[in-house]
Design a protein around this ligand. Structure first.
Ligand SMILES: Nc1ncnc2c1ncn2[C@@H]1O[C@H](COP(=O)(O)OP(=O)(O)O)[C@@H](O)[C@H]1O
Ligand SMILES: [Mg+2]
Length: 587
């Protein structure tokens, strides 16, 4: 679960970095800023015109002049409305464009990160970063920086006009401002803290839901619904509490501001009326000042909110930049881009640890000639999948050497290398989309005909044809509506259409009924023809024809040889396994 904290000050370096994201939209930025700057003094124009009208036309009963002034006022009003509309539109356009680019950037970055990152980061957190955190950054553009500057500008202009009109009246009006500033400051701090709790709770809720919905099967099978419901209620309660807190501060703050501004107004009327009587102040001023006052209080009140928005945007951007600054990529300095690999794989004294500490593979050495098949057997956790993970360069090895066709794997360009390898994993992952798209992974260069040909070759065509819509059958998320065997076959076709030079099957047959097994068995034979293959399997029937069989035990190679050779070994592990599975005693 993530906690979100922030410092008290505006981090200008960070702000600069956020603003630099707007560089491609310089003209929109300048337009928005100019509009904001023009809008500020324009806002003061109306009360000023009203004051002028009252003093010069109404008091003099100048009807034509009054009509003219009213038209002026309407004109200013429309101009202001048009400019305000443009400002809001441009500012949001700017913000949305910036965050669209940022999302793409973050997603691209995430897709290139090392798998280690995903081993340690909850899915919910990555989603929150790419969606809601980035959304918050939008506010920096639409409500943050530019409007804050505009508000401050408005304040300055209003104050200037007020003081130049009547400094005494201005001072009377401003007498409550210190209180307002104190109230605003307290409010700002409270709300900020409360919002941070809200965000933490959102993130917790996201992570919780994500995990439970993905694992709903487990929740239901273990009758954990009630317990999970209680957990959810707890999180939901916290979330509500956090939200109520923020609303509480608002509900206190706004009336306080009301009271202060009403007091100012009262003081002003009292003093102003006296001023009018003694001819010190004109009626026009008395009419205009309440308007100025409104213009003074509103921005001060809003500033607190906007500073919070800005700060929250900065906190979010810090977290998003945290992802962008995470450079734990698999290093891709290799340059060799083979059209085709022969498929000769060799491991030389390879050691590997996921955490850099506890070795999961120890001193692994083997040599697999091009076109041959290696089978790996061993108990769960012995390191079989890990051998594949490092061959694919999902993880980097600690020491030793892995070569393909006599070239260290890190000398190949990463994508070029991976495109020559295909993997079929035990838990097939299907995306939502058609069967066809799941096979081609939306690679346009693979034609429908190729897909059908591959499916026919390994015997998957028949079942796909029978699905409603055939190859266009819409697979639901994670392939929930297909059987395990069907998913497996689809992933076999996927592996085959890419026509890899090296094929890897990781326990591809372990969750399949005997009937489908014969189809799969056939598919495997087709798949491994003419290419180097590594097969991990529990069913020894699947692997007995492999050229070499490796028995792995706690990360070390225990035995290695052909089926017949291994059966010759006295007290061999493979022999023991074999006898266990087939219930035959050769001795
Ligand atoms: N992503 C990972 N991060 C840390 N440890 C892992 C990871 N994947 C596997 N392991 C550990 O490495 C060991 C070997 O796992 P694995 O190669 O998956 O075994 P298997 O032979 O069942 O395929 C296990 O002890 C497992 O806990
Ligand atoms: Mg495994």
């Amino acid at each position: 679960m993530s906690t979100e904290q922030s410092s008290n000050k505006i981090d200008f370096i960070l702000l600069g970095r956020v603003l630099s994201l707007a560089r491609p939209y310089k003209s929109a930025f300048i337009l928005a800023a100019s509009l904001a700057i023009i809008l500020a003094p324009l806002a003061v124009l109306r009360p000023y015109l009203i004051q002028y009208t009252v003093d010069n036309y109404i008091m003099d009963f100048n009807y034509d002049g009054l009509i003219f002034m009213i038209m002026m006022l309407v004109g200013v009003l429309f101009l202001q409305a048009a400019m305000r509309y443009s400002f809001i539109f441009v500012a949001n356009l700017l913000g949305q464009s910036v965050i669209r680019d940022l999302r793409v950037k973050v997603f691209r970055h995430i897709t290139r990160l090392k798998l280690t990152y995903f081993d340690h980061t909850p899915v919910g957190r990555s989603t929150t970063r790419t969606i809601s955190d980035i959304e918050t950054i939008n506010n920096i553009f639409s409500q943050g920086v530019i409007t804050i500057i505009a508000d401050i500008l408005t304040l300055v202009v209003v104050l200037a006009v007020m003081f130049s009109t009547s400094w005494r009246l201005s001072i009377i009006c401003l007498s409550t401002v210190p209180l307002l500033i104190i109230a605003t400051y307290i409010f700002k701090e409270k709300v900020k803290a409360a919002y941070q709790i809200v965000r933490t709770q959102i993130s917790n809720m996201n992570a919780f839901l994500q995990e439970r919905i993905t694992g709903m099967r487990i929740v239901q099978i273990f009758n954990a619904e009630e317990k999970e419901l209680d957990n959810f209620k707890e999180i939901n309660r916290e979330y509500r509490k956090a939200n109520i807190n923020t609303i509480l501060y608002y509900s206190i703050f706004f009336p306080v501001v009301e009271i202060l501004s009403a007091s100012s107004l009262g003081l002003m009327i009292w003093w102003g009326a006296k001023g009018v009587l003694s001819n010190e102040v004109t009626i026009g001023v008395l009419v205009a000042f309440p308007l100025y006052l409104g213009m003074l209080f509103r921005p001060i009140r809003m500033l607190a909110d906007k500073f919070n928005t800005l700060q929250m945007g900065l906190v979010a951007s810090e977290r998003v930049f945290g992802i962008l600054d995470n450079n734990s990529f698999i290093n891709n300095k290799g340059t060799i881009q083979p059209e085709k690999l022969k498929g000769h794989i060799s491991f030389e004294k390879v050691h590997f640890a996921y955490d850099g500490l506890h070795e999961v593979l120890k001193n692994i050495s083997f040599d697999l000639e091009a076109g041959k098949t290696l089978a790996i057997v061993g108990s769960t956790g012995s390191g079989k999948t890990t051998i594949i993970n490092i061959l694919n360069r999902f993880y980097e090895i600690k020491s030793g050497k892995i070569q393909i066709d006599g070239i260290p794997i890190q000398d190949y360009e990463l994508n070029a290398l991976r495109s020559r390898l295909s993997m079929v994993l035990q838990d097939v992952f299907l995306f939502s989309g058609s069967v066809l798209e799941n096979i081609t992974l939306r690679d346009e260069s693979i034609s429908r005909e190729e897909v059908i040909a591959s499916a026919k070759l390994i015997g998957a065509h028949e079942f796909i044809e029978k699905l409603p819509g055939g190859y266009d059958y819409e697979v639901m998320e994670r392939g929930a509506t297909l059987s395990m065997g069907q998913r497996q076959l689809i992933s076999f076709v996927r592996a085959l259409v890419f026509n890899p030079d090296i094929l890897i099957l990781d326990e591809a047959t372990s969750s399949i009924d005997p009937e489908t097994e014969s189809i799969i068995q056939y598919a495997i034979e087709k798949l491994i023809q003419k290419r180097t293959s590594i097969i991990i399997a529990h069913r020894l029937s699947t692997i007995r024809h492999a050229d070499t069989i490796m028995v792995l035990h706690q990360g070390e190679i225990q035995e290695m040889g052909s089926h017949d050779e291994l059966l010759q070994l006295k007290d061999g592990h493979y022999k023991e396994l074999y006898e266990m599975q087939f219930n035959t005693t050769t001795a």
